[in-house]
Ligand binder design. Structure first.
Ligand code: GAF
Length: 398
């Protein structure tokens, strides 16, 4: 893989960098997770939605086997050959692109019905790929999964791979795990690929059965606010990995394959067979799985305004038991709750990033102003606060 430097990144376009003819554009959204945090890699349940912030890629077909990628994020062009993809050599944001091509090569041989040339990528041709995004980077809204999923649907279309969206989500997860080096689950890619306008994806991360469920926020005059704290987080390092290790330890001590197999009724026994810290990690996962199921049921039976207490309880569990919140997220959540939100919680992997607040439309501006004022009073950097709407998943634009 190599990199060269060219003109100023932010204002450039495909035509400034590449001279191949454009064959199409693809887009994939970021996500907000409504509830179900760190449950995905425990074989549990999640309930994320794709959002109206997306990565768009503009793509040209090459006559060779090179992938060349450029973006508005940074100057330069990254380049890798399809004959020489090595996840250990990929770094920076281009790993999200090259990692997908590599992961497809790894996973395609397991797909039934593909001929050898297709499954081995021997029939694949090179591409010029220009990446732009409206998903804020580092906000915990899965800007990385948005790039991966835009590339995954593009490669599947252009290389004529007859594969399903859940398969592409598993390809995205493999790229994230092995090329990017983040030991994440399958939630973010599933949301980006399976999301639908005005709906969220209820995913069983063990069976990978997914159900798209209407949210009805508009009809209930509710809005979902994102409060980006600008506290940096990274999943390839530290805390995320440690939480995953604690969950694996807890499952082993309970004698089960994954914490999905531990129920709320099993918690008294869990308290007896493990140390206090591991127990609190386990209690978060076990109760969070139950909260996802309760949220889906409550949404169906009582409507979206009734899910607020479950969002609030999820935040408490992440703050006190899983210990993945930070003071800025706690302040965003408590201020939103105190000024009219029906529910609020941090969203995503934690240690920074964003909180979400489900607010009555008429209280939206008051909640946003109160959070901004509370951050100023606390001496924290000003948060960025904006409404998001559930959007369609990854797709070809033209
Ligand atoms: C990150 C990961 F990428 C997801 O797989 C998930 O574990 C999430 O953190 C926490 O729920 O977004």
């Amino acid at each position: 893989m190599s990199t060269s430097t060219s003109s100023s990144a932010g204002s450039r376009s495909f035509a400034d960098v590449f001279d191949t003819d454009v064959v199409g554009r693809w887009a994939a959204p970021g996500r907000v997770n409504l509830i179900g945090e760190h449950t995905d890699y425990n074989d549990g349940f999640v309930f994320p939605m794709a959002i109206d912030r997306a990565t768009t890629i503009t793509v040209g077909r090459r006559g060779d086997r090179l992938l060349r990628v450029a973006s508005t994020f940074e100057e330069g062009v990254h380049e890798a050959s399809l004959d020489d993809l090595d996840p250990g050599e990929m770094d920076g944001w281009s790993a999200y692109v090259f990692g997908i091509a590599w992961a497809l090569g790894r996973r395609l041989p397991s797909v039934e019905g593909l001929d050898d040339a297709t499954a081995s990528l021997d029939a694949a041709f090179g591409l010029d790929i220009f990446v732009e995004s409206t998903v804020p980077v580092g906000a915990g809204l899965s800007s990385s999964a948005a790039i991966e999923c835009a590339v995954a649907v593009c490669l599947a279309d252009l290389w004529q791979l007859d594969v399903t969206r859940p398969f592409l989500a598993s390809v995205g997860q493999l790229a994230e795990n092995d090329a990017v080096g983040a030991p994440t689950g399958i939630m973010d890619q599933s949301a980006s690929l399976l999301g639908r306008a005005d709906a969220a994806v209820f995913l069983d991360c063990r069976s990978l059965d997914a159900e798209v469920i209407d949210l009805g926020f508009d009809a209930a005059s509710l809005e979902l606010l994102v409060i980006d704290t600008h506290v940096a987080h990274a999943h390839a390092t530290g805390g995320y990995k440690a939480r995953r290790a604690s969950c694996e330890k807890g499952a082993a001590l309970m004698g089960v394959p994954a914490l999905r197999d531990v129920s709320v009724d099993d918690l008294p026994r869990a308290a007896e067979v493990m140390d206090d810290e591991t127990f609190r990690r386990v209690r978060h996962i076990v109760t969070e799985n139950q909260r996802v199921l309760d949220t889906v049921r409550t949404l169906r039976t009582s409507g979206p305004a009734a899910i607020g207490p479950l969002l609030d309880a999820s935040h408490v569990s992440m703050r006190d038991d899983f210990e993945i919140s930070v003071p800025e997220l706690d302040l965003a959540v408590s201020t939103a709750q105190a000024t009219g939100a029906v529910g609020a919680r941090m969203t995503g992997g934690g240690f920074g990033g964003s909180a979400i607040a489900l607010v009555p439309t008429e209280a939206r501006d008051a909640v946003a102003s109160a959070v901004a004022a509370a951050f100023a009073d606390a001496g924290y950097a000003a948060p960025t606060i904006f409404a998001v709407h559930a959007a369609d998943g990854a797709r070809r634009l033209d």
